[in-house]
Structure formats: structure tokens, C-alpha cells
Design a protein around this ligand. Sequence first.
Ligand SMILES: C[S@@+](CC[C@H](N)C(=O)[O-])C[C@H]1O[C@@H](n2cnc3c(N)ncnc32)[C@H](O)[C@@H]1O
Length: 264
Amino acid sequence: MRYIKDYTIKDVQDVYDGPGGLLWEAVMGEQIHSGGPETTDFLAQKVGLKKDMLILDICSALGAPARHLVKKYGVKIVGIDAAKTMYEKAVERTKKAGLEDKIEYVLGNALDIPYHKEEFDVVWGQEAWCYVTDKNRLILEAYRVLKPDGKIAFTDWIITGEITQQELDPLYDSMSFPYMETFDGYQELLKKNGFKVLEALDQTEEYAKCFDQYYDKVHVELKPAILKDFGQDLFDFASNLVTIWRKAAHEHKVGRGLFIGQKM
Ligand SMILES: C[S@@+](CC[C@H](N)C(=O)[O-])C[C@H]1O[C@@H](n2cnc3c(N)ncnc32)[C@H](O)[C@@H]1O
């Protein structure tokens, strides 16, 4: 039986509309995922992004990956995110970058995508679907909005090894995750919902190294700023978070998966 916690979209909005969003940006960068622009390029190359393709970025946050992809690959993007602050900042930063004719943002839930079927060439996601309460429905929604033969390309925080409920508890609580998929679980979800799995990569080693960097950043470089801007409680929270996730990643209990699927 999968262990599921009572975290919903409301908790996610509280995190990203509150100081959590700013804290994550400080630690991970404007592209709020482990590895930054390099991992975005890796995913783009794996899925084969081409000029003028229309991409749906599910959980687009500050829109930094979207702006990167538009500039580098000439694609057009729709980004959907449930946190109003992330949505507003994405719109503002995209306008400032002069890319508003190439990227559109929608404030909404990934589980109810406000687009008709078969509109997108690629559905895209980076390290966010771990927040989503029903990943089966998420994959079904992705399938619905993809054109025939369209592709899904995403990375996510996943369970990569044996881990107990007691070990998962503090990890999920620190992130407000309802649950994480497993490496095999995501592949099964893709197949079950009509995708052919083209690629599945366990990127946990790289992910664990990113946590080494985040650990150092929080405890050295960013410590004075976090204490000054967010206070002791948030520093303690961030310190605990990077400590427990780093340990679990090095033990290969949690990590990052990359998945590419094609709509059949
Ligand atoms: C780690 S950030 C995503 C980072 C982004 N993909 C990037 O690489 O910069 C997680 C984002 O997922 C969004 N999110 C989580 N659950 C969501 C849902 N059910 N629907 C829409 N957005 C959601 C949050 O609001 C937050 O902005």
C-alpha cells in the first residue's frame, strides 16, 4: 500500500505564495529544480525540442525554464501553475525579457488543464509533480492535451530504494508532498495511460551531489541572508530539510527520475 499524506494544493500554494518560493529560488536558482539550466537542456535534447513546437510546462513556477527553452530552442510555451505569486512573477519576468508573445501563463491546477484535447506537441515538467495529489490523473491530462504522437518529458523527485513510512514522514512533511512515485511506478503510470516509455533514467547520483551543494549553500553562503530576511525558524527549517534530503539521496532512498514517453 502506498503511503499518502494529507497535503493538498492548498499547502503547495501556502509554500510558494509564502517565503518558501523565495527561499527555493535563493537555494536552487530561478529555475527551481536540481541542476538548473543544464538539466533543462538535457531534458530538451532527450525529447528533441524543435523550433515552433508548442510545449505545455506543467508547474511552471517562475517561468525560468520556459524563457530558457524559448530563447534556446525557438519553441512556444504555455505554463500552468497553481501559486498566484509564482504566476505573477512569471508573467512579470517574461514581459521584462520581451518574451510575452512566445509564452503564456495560466493560473490553475495541473489536474484540470484548461485546454482542449490534442493541442500540444510536448508536455513538460521539472521536479514538481511530487506535489500533485493524483499522478494518474495528471498523466491522463497530459495524454488528453497532447497531439497524436506527442511526447511527455519530465523529471521528478522519486523513491529510488527501500524506505520506511517512518523515514518518509519527515521528508514529506518538510516539502508538503502527498506522496512520491517510484522509478517503476512512473513507467507503469505512463504505460497504463497510453504512452510508450522511450526513456527512463535514474539520476539519483547527480541529484545527491546537488544536495551537497544546497547543504553548503544554506549553511555557509546563504546563512546570513536567510537569517536576516526570513529569521531563525526558517533557517532551522531549511537546514533540517537539506540535511535529511541529502542523507536520503546519498543512501539512494530518494532521488530524481527522468522520463520520456510518446502518446500511442
Ligand atoms: C519546484 S517548483 C517547480 C519548478 C519549475 N518546474 C522549475 O523547474 O522552475 C513547484 C511548482 O509546482 C507548482 N504546483 C504544485 N502542485 C501543483 C498543481 N497541482 N497544479 C499546478 N501547479 C502546482 C507550485 O505552485 C510550484 O510553483
